[in-house]
Structure formats: structure tokens, C-alpha cells
Write a protein that binds this ligand. Structure first.
Ligand code: NDP
Length: 454
């Protein structure tokens, strides 16, 4: 059977673009449909603009520290519109690079929505139909906002946060995951008064308990009003402000409410049912280890599959898809020991298991040190860092590494190599310390602070 394309990719984000470019570079005929802006969540309304806001908000802390170090500095207000203009220009620049690179690789970019008609056909928004030997769905996810709360229509999500016309003087952040914790810190740094509601006992569920408590303490010290076991009961808009009643019955008045209560796969209206593609309970496309759906010609990578919602993982899945389908080299993306960072202030970088997860698997030793690093003790800044290794008592392998510190995201990238290679505690010990750094602690911890099992 003759097809218009060897591959039709739906979604121009990190995963889709990588798969399209690799396949087109092999000389295959590839088209890609993107209904919004090239670059997807990561570039347009996720990792990139968020990180730039993290940098912007860091300068407030930096200026305070500089003053304590002896600089004559007076910190003025943050100019939100000046930052936003630069941000918009930067995102347009990156979008253009994404578009150019895909085009240069030979990908035909269709700037419109595509939906699936059958196992080999997509329908474009202009009504035209295209056929392909393989279809790759890489449409990503979208913020989830719970229904049924009075006034929920007044809230914003991470989709709108970068386009706010003015910097909110007071903001309520709802949620306790990556996005909520990062934006609570960002707005706090930019000078907003931040309240954060999290519905359960402790933020960052699923991460290491000691690290969660450490982050929670640090963000409270910075001035974020973190209210645990608290949810939104109702929101009323009055006099241009939002009056939020909490589940505890208190009312706070804010300028914006940012919901960061998770993301869901963006599969609604995609026509998956037309091709009988199996969709899971959260709307995710169900795929096997090779990112193949139950329909042999249709594959999916990235957030739409709800496996691990991280850009580098989507890219790995795209590479494995390309190897498997177009190179005859069956390749499974590796989802083990994925390092990640939460860009709170200070940052939290983690790879491998938490103490709690590892303790369930067998006997472990825990090495941990929480302390005020030199640059903070000098200015009597009450911010502590945490270095922690979770070690298998039998094999001595480091099963988990947790770092809370300025630039922990950078550090965990490097520690992640050692953990991925299966380094033992003794390998860490055998590495000479880089002095004076705070990271040297990771090779200097001699005695376990706790043991479990065994
Ligand atoms: P997360 O899944 O990390 O967190 C969602 C939070 O919302 C949890 O605290 C959850 O609580 C809470 N929540 C869920 N439903 C409700 C509800 N109905 N009412 C109140 N609270 C609720 O999602 P995020 O939106 O923060 O981020 C999505 C994904 O994006 C992350 O999983 C991550 O993979 C990725 N990401 C990665 C970043 C990075 O690498 N630095 C940065 C940003 C996002 P509970 O714990 O009780 O379920």
C-alpha cells in the first residue's frame, strides 16, 4: 500500500520533534502537525520559561546576600513587563530554532491540528487527509484543575502564568508537586506574598521523606505561608480580588490563584477511538515498552503516555521509537534511575530511590548531612543544605542520592552518572573531595545515620 508519508507526527514538542528529525534525516518522508507553537510545553510554557523565571527570582536573594557580604545595594521592585518582553522574545527565538531545525532535517511542518481517522490516516483542521505508514502521537499533556469547587473558573494554571498582565502582589498556589513548589518559590523571590495550600501531610509526595521535610522547612523560612492539610473550599471574586475560603474555614484575599494540581494527557478529541487505540483511566495512551499502542502502526511518546513526565525522557522515548521502527534495532527507553531536579530555592536534585522505597526492598544504610554551607554561615543566613546517600547494605551500591542545595540540579546530573553506573559507597569514599565546596560532603560522610532491615 502507498502512503503519503513514512511517518506522521502529531505534536511539535520535545518528543515529536526529535522523532521527526531523526526519521527525516534518514531520508524518510515525514510530516508533523502542530496546532499551537513549535517547541511544545517544555519550550513554550514549561521548563524553559519557568527556569528563566527561577533565574529572575534568584537575583532577589542574591542581592540580599551581596548586601550582607558588604556591597552597598538597594533592591528595587521587579519589573515584570520588562522581563516578560525579554521572555517573549527568547521563546520566539527558540520556537524559530525548533521550526528551522525540523525543516532543515526535511520534516514538512503543518501548522494546524491533526486528528486520527484510522490506523494510517489523519485529518487536518483544513479538512484534508494524509496517510502514513506510521503515526506517532506526541501531543503532551495539559494542566488538570479539579472540578466542583465554587469559583474555580477564576484560577490560572501554568499555561497562563507567564502571560499575567501584572505581577500579583499576593498569590495562592494550590498543590504540593513540582510545579506548585517551584512557582511558590519563584513568586516569593519576585516579591509576591505567597500562600501555598497542600491537601495532605507533606509536599512532594513520592520523594524522600527527609528531603521533603527539609524543602518544606526551607520554603517556610523564606516567607512562604505553606499550609499543609489545607485545600480550597471556595473562591469569590470581589473588588478585583479573589477571596479564598480554605477547607479549614479561613479566608485569604489574593490577586491570583495558581492551580498546580497535576497534568493530564491531552488526548481529548484526538480521534483515538476512530482507530480503536487503547486509552487508560487518566486519558493516557497505553503503550508497550517500545512505545507501540495496541494498533501496530500507531506509537506514542512523552507526556501523553503518562509514564514519566519529563522532557529528557520524552526525547529518549523518541530516539528509541526511531531506532525500533526505522533502524530495525529494537530499543526500549530506559526508565530506571532517572535524575531530576525541582527548582525550588534551594533546589532539590534526586536520583534513584528514596530511603522509604529502598527500605522496602532490603537492608539499607543511610548517610546524610544537613548543614549551613560556608557562604551562608559567613552572613548568618539560616539556609541549610542536605546531602544524602541511600546505600544497599549487601551490595554497597548507592541506591539513591538526594541533594538540596543551590545548584542541586547541576550536581545531581553528575551524581546521576555514578548512581546509573552502579557506584558503591566505597567508590564515593575513594573520590577525593573538592575543597572547599558544599558538594564535597557527598564523598566525606563516614558513618551511617540510620540503618533499616538486615
Ligand atoms: P505533580 O503530580 O507533581 O503534583 C500534583 C500536586 O497536586 C500534588 O501535590 C497533588 O497532591 C496535588 N493534587 C492533585 N489533585 C488535586 C486535587 N484535586 N486537589 C488538590 N490537590 C491536588 O504535578 P505538577 O502539576 O506539579 O507537575 C506535573 C509533572 O510535570 C510532574 O509530575 C513532573 O514530572 C513534571 N514537571 C517537572 C519539572 C522538573 O523536572 N523540574 C517541573 C515541573 C513539572 P497529592 O500528592 O496528594 O496527590
Amino acid at each position: 500500500m502507498e502512503f503519503d508519508y513514512d511517518l506522521f507526527v502529531i505534536g511539535g514538542g520535545s518528543g515529536g520533534v526529535r522523532a521527526a528529525r531523526l526519521t527525516a534525516a534518514d531520508g524518510k518522508k515525514v510530516a508533523m502537525a502542530e496546532e499551537f507553537r513549535m517547541g511544545g510545553t517544555c519550550v513554550i510554557r514549561g521548563c524553559v520559561p519557568k527556569k528563566l523565571m527561577v533565574f529572575a527570582s534568584h537575583h532577589a536573594h542574591g542581592a540580599h546576600d551581596a548586601k550582607d557580604y558588604g556591597w552597598d545595594i538597594t533592591l528595587g521592585d521587579f519589573n515584570w513587563s520588562s522581563f516578560q518582553n525579554k521572555l517573549k522574545a527568547e521563546l520566539s527565538r527558540l520556537e524559530a530554532i525548533y521550526t528551522r531545525n525540523a525543516g532543515n532535517s526535511g520534516v514538512e511542518i503543518l501548522h494546524q491540528r491533526a486528528e486520527i481517522k484510522d490506523a494510517h490516516t489523519v485529518i487536518l483542521a483544513d479538512g484534508s487527509e494524509k496517510t502514513a505508514k506510521h503515526i506517532l502521537v506526541a501531543v503532551g499533556g495539559t494542566p488538570f484543575v479539579p472540578a466542583g469547587i465554587e469559583g474555580i473558573e477564576h484560577v490560572i494554571t501554568s499555561n497562563e502564568v507567564f502571560d499575567l498582565p501584572v505581577l500579583p502582589k499576593r498569590i495562592l498556589v494550590v498543590g504540593g508537586g513540582y510545579i506548585a513548589c517551584e512557582f511558590a518559590c519563584i513568586f516569593n523571590g519576585l516579591g509576591s506574598k505567597v500562600t501555598q495550600f497542600y491537601r495532605s501531610e507533606q509536599i512532594l509526595r513520592g520523594f524522600d521523606d527527609e528531603a521533603r521535610a527539609h524543602i518544606s522547612d526551607e520554603i517556610v523560612k523564606q516567607g512562604i505561608d505553606l499550609q499543609l492539610k489545607t485545600d480550597v473550599a471556595k473562591i469569590e471574586k470581589r473588588d478585583g480580588c479573589l477571596h479564598v475560603t480554605s477547607s479549614k474555614g479561613d479566608t485569604i484575599v489574593v490577586d491570583q490563584v495558581l492551580y498546580a494540581t497535576g497534568r493530564k494527557p491531552k488526548t481529548e478529541g484526538l480521534g483515538l477511538e476512530n482507530a480503536n487505540v487503547t486509552v487508560g483511566r487518566s486519558g493516557e495512551i497505553v503503550v508497550d515498552e517500545y512505545s507501540q499502542t495496541n494498533i501496530p502502526s500507531i506509537f506514542a511518546v512523552g507526556d501523553v503516555t503518562n509514564r514519566v513526565q519529563l522532557t529528557p525522557v520524552a526525547i529518549r522515548e523518541a530516539v528509541a521509537f526511531h531506532e525500533t521502527v526505522f533502524k530495525g534495532n529494537a530499543m526500549k527507553p530506559d526508565h530506571v534511575n532517572i535524575p531530576s531536579a525541582i527548582f525550588t530555592q534551594p533546589e532539590y536534585g534526586a536520583v534513584g530511590m528514596s530511603e522509604e522505597q529502598a527500605a522496602k526492598e532490603g537492608p539499607i544504610e543511610v548517610y546524610a548531612a544537613a548543614f549551613r554551607p560556608m557562604q551562608n554561615s559567613f552572613i548568618e543566613k539560616d539556609e541549610k543544605v542536605l546531602f544524602k546517600l541511600v546505600v544497599c547494605a549487601k551490595t554497597r551500591k548507592v541506591l539513591g542520592c538526594h541533594i538540596i542545595a543551590p545548584h542541586a540540579g547541576e550536581m545531581i546530573q553528575l551524581a546521576g552518572v555514578a548512581v546509573k553506573m552502579g557506584a558503591t559507597k566505597e567508590d564515593f569514599d575513594a573520590t577525593v573531595a573538592v575543597h572547599p565546596t558544599m558538594a564535597e560532603e557527598i564523598v566525606l560522610m563516614k558513618e551511617p545515620v540510620r540503618s533499616h532491615g538486615g
